[in-house]
Write a protein that binds this ligand. Structure first.
Ligand SMILES: [Fe+2]
Length: 294
């Protein structure tokens, strides 16, 4: 849900919504959202054409994930039975709740940071209800139901990721108080959205932005252009990122336990330490760092 650098507080978010009618960029119908930005999914309203587009998106990505996505993602995706139609969030929630105690909530699109963190901290994952248009098959700026569901939901069935995301949500609420949102958003970006994992059988993707992308899923693993650097939380929190192109740097974890353990401590001392430090460009390699290559 966090898509850009810098804090988007409630007021700014509402301002963005207000601009929407003047050609602003946020999509989605917020008129029926409750105080937590939750709406009814209204599954029956999806058209046969939309389900067909979902199938095409799903089939393309399902062909790409073997050998590219981490095993945990592939196993959970298969168990979701989401290949044939846009999923009914309620049904998925029942299975998810049994597995890890999480639920999906339907939202009109991007939600304010505070709302997003609140949902995560209470083990609710916000999933956008609308699907991209056919001409956006390869690229979409804002997250749609395909990105949110295909990219994020499978790993919510993994107990460690499930606990990590709840912890992240709680950390987000704290970061809002401490002025650390910008830094914490970068962590989300470089892990939950664009993270790679080094496995015994080679590099694999676990970030939702990669796993829901037809192009970056191959690029991040095989292109010689981007850097691949071992995960370092504080370093990531100082690193800028690109929202309109493939990533210039990917950070690589060993496994989800590492991600959980290294992001568990209180970030307050880190925020204080890096508050006035310079940001690193998205393509930087610092002294002592190794590009682990491909
Ligand atoms: Fe996402």
């Amino acid at each position: 849900m966090i898509v850009n650098e810098g804090a988007v507080d409630q007021l700014e978010f509402l301002k963005t919504l207000a601009e929407k009618s003047d050609g602003g960029s946020l999509r989605g119908d917020y008129s029926k959202a409750d105080a937590h930005y939750v709406v009814a999914q209204d599954w029956a309203a999806y058209t046969p054409e939309q389900h067909a587009l979902w199938r095409k998106l799903y089939q393309r990505q399902a062909r790409l994930v073997p050998g590219r996505a981490c095993d945990e993602f592939i196993a959970s995706l298969a168990a979701l039975h989401a290949a044939d139609a846009i999923p009914d969030f309620e049904r998925t929630s029942e299975a998810l709740f049994k597995a890890t105690g999480w639920r999906l909530v339907a939202v009109p699109g991007l939600v304010p940071d505070h709302t997003f963190f609140e949902h995560l901290s209470e083990r609710r994952f916000p999933v956008t209800v609308w699907l991209r248009e056919p001409q956006e098959f390869d690229y979409i700026v804002e997250p749609d139901v395909f990105h949110d569901f295909f990219g994020h939901v499978p790993l919510l069935f993994n107990p460690i990721v499930a606990d990590h995301l709840q912890q992240y949500g709680k950390g987000g609420l704290k970061a809002l108080q401490l002025g650390g949102l910008k830094n914490l958003a970068r962590l989300y970006w470089y892990t939950i959205e664009f993270g790679l994992m080094q496995t015994e059988r080679g590099l694999r993707a676990y970030g939702a932005g990669i796993l829901s992308s037809g192009g970056e899923i191959e690029y991040c693993l095989t292109s010689k252009t981007p850097r691949r650097i071992a995960f370092n939380g504080e370093r990531i929190m100082r690193t800028l990122y690109k929202i309109d192109s493939y990533q210039e740097t990917y950070f690589v974890i060993r496994d989800f336990q590492q991600l959980f353990d290294e992001t568990a401590p209180d970030f307050a001392p880190i925020y204080a330490r890096i508050k006035d430090a310079d940001d690193y460009p998205a393509n930087s390699l610092l002294p002592g760092e190794v590009d682990i290559g491909i």
